[in-house]
Design a binder for this molecule. Sequence first.
Ligand code: C2O
Ligand code: CU
Ligand code: CU
Length: 482
Amino acid sequence: MGASAAVIALGGCSNDPRPQLLERNETTAATPPPVGDTVRFAEPEALQSANGSLEVTITASPATITHDEHTRYGYTYNQTSPGPTLRIRPGDQLTVHLENQLPEDTNLHTHGLHVSPEGNADNIFARVRPGETRTYRYNIPDDHRGGLFWYHPHAHGTVAKQVAAGLAGAIIIEDDTDAVTEIADSTERILILSDPPAVSSESGLSATPMEQMIGRQGSGVLVNGVRQPHITANGGDRERWRIVNASSSRYYQLAIEDHPLWVIASDGGRIGTPQEAAQVLLAPGERTEVLVLPSTSGSYALRALEYDRGDVGMGGMMGGSSSPSPEVTVATLDVTIAAPVKAPPSTLDTPDLRLLEPTATRTLELGMAMGGMMGGSMMSFTIDGREFDADRTDIAVKLGAIERWEITNSTTMDHPFHLHVWPFVVEGVENEMGWKDTVNVPAQDSVTIVIPFVGMTGRTVYHCHILDHEDLGMMGVIEVFA
Ligand code: C2O
Ligand code: CU
Ligand code: CU
């Protein structure tokens, strides 16, 4: 068994581009959407580049955050969670002044961006102490692909806690594909999925050793910081949803009632031929871009279906050690006026990346063992038997190499594998997936990726994106040299 396909096709490859709408449930259709107490879909503020640059100050600080009827203690960027959306274009310079008003170190990572990992660019080894400000400057290459990326803290040891507490924001790189009629014609929405802990103070943000080993999950799911928002559309609209899993550990097996999802991008990469899917699995760190094409009026739930990402194993020695994500309603699509369904684009004119020819092969093994050293854990989380050491370089690659990495997961739980800076292609999947930077490696399975190490040199990391596992040591250092 090779890679897990993030996209599950509905009834194979049909040449008919129109989605097949399933039968509506009459009882549901007759129920009017709740009006008075409906939470409206809302997006973070967008900051747009102009004349080739975007310069912003982003302050990380604790706050009492209100959503629906609840308040909780958490972390914010500029007093909001998620933080502002940064909209830039290939060739732009992005400058972020990160001001740390947290009670601990933080820093900034631009997840998925093909930018330098050195100096004051995407350097995750640098730390910003409480009270300090650090200026990050990113030069986006002229040929950077368009897509949805995101920013979050990456100060080793506190990443899971800070992201779960609310520190995440979207980065959009716009490109010419956005001008394709069927896409330009659509209503674009960003959905940042998170599951923060419902706590009232700083001490509530820390997780138990067991929660860290499983990967912490909050009790509810939020979209752009609110619970179960309603999105309103008309039949015949094209809804374009750009979704990021910004949870520390929770997986989202997404499906919307009575509608297929037309996948047009994965992580930061466009797919040449839009793929009709019944469900899309988003592991932590992953993104997808889908078209939803409503027709019949009614209310349709966007759900995360139950997904079992395994357990910490050890022959049941650890009680309460499994990690199912129970089914949860994420949002609701309210379709008001019925009209004939519109077609998705038939092609997005993106090269098929499955044709890359690797020049070298490497194997990596994601492992867990009794007796940990990091974070007071009872178990160690490793790559190739070693815990993370910022001073050790685990993999050295010459610029220009195209490497095939066979990533094996010898443990009893899933681990989403993520590589900074250099996007990759997943080998052996039936459906075209586009560029990826994060891929789920299922328990006791393996995934093969092909990575062209081009465009950028520097030293950075690859790791499990269950962020507690990264904090516990499931991370390695790679250096690409000229
Ligand atoms: Cu989304 Cu190394 O991170
Ligand atoms: Cu990253
Ligand atoms: Cu993991």
